[in-house]
Design a protein around this ligand. Sequence first.
Ligand code: FES
Length: 104
Amino acid sequence: MFKQWFRIDEELIFPNENGIALIEVESKKVCMTRIGDEWHAFAHKCPHASGRLDEGFIDALGNVVCPVHRYRFSVKNGRNTSGEGYYLKTYRLERREGGLYIQI
Ligand code: FES
């Protein structure tokens, strides 16, 4: 499918107590988390059995941990670091002059 870039208003990203924000871009729900200075964007639903990743947490190594069966995924590249063989969709982000953009 053809992908497009959309600007995200950073003022409207509100991470929850576990550091994960749920935003909506063109009717698509996307999770966002900030590690250091860098935002990362990934799918709202876990690729294993659709657990809500905004209800999970980020571990010390930068993995999102699914709240349902605790599988772990790198928020940088979607790799299933706990080894079950799934792959989490991640989204490209770019900082440009006009702000932060996401490719959907
Ligand atoms: S639904 Fe996420 S690990 Fe099973």
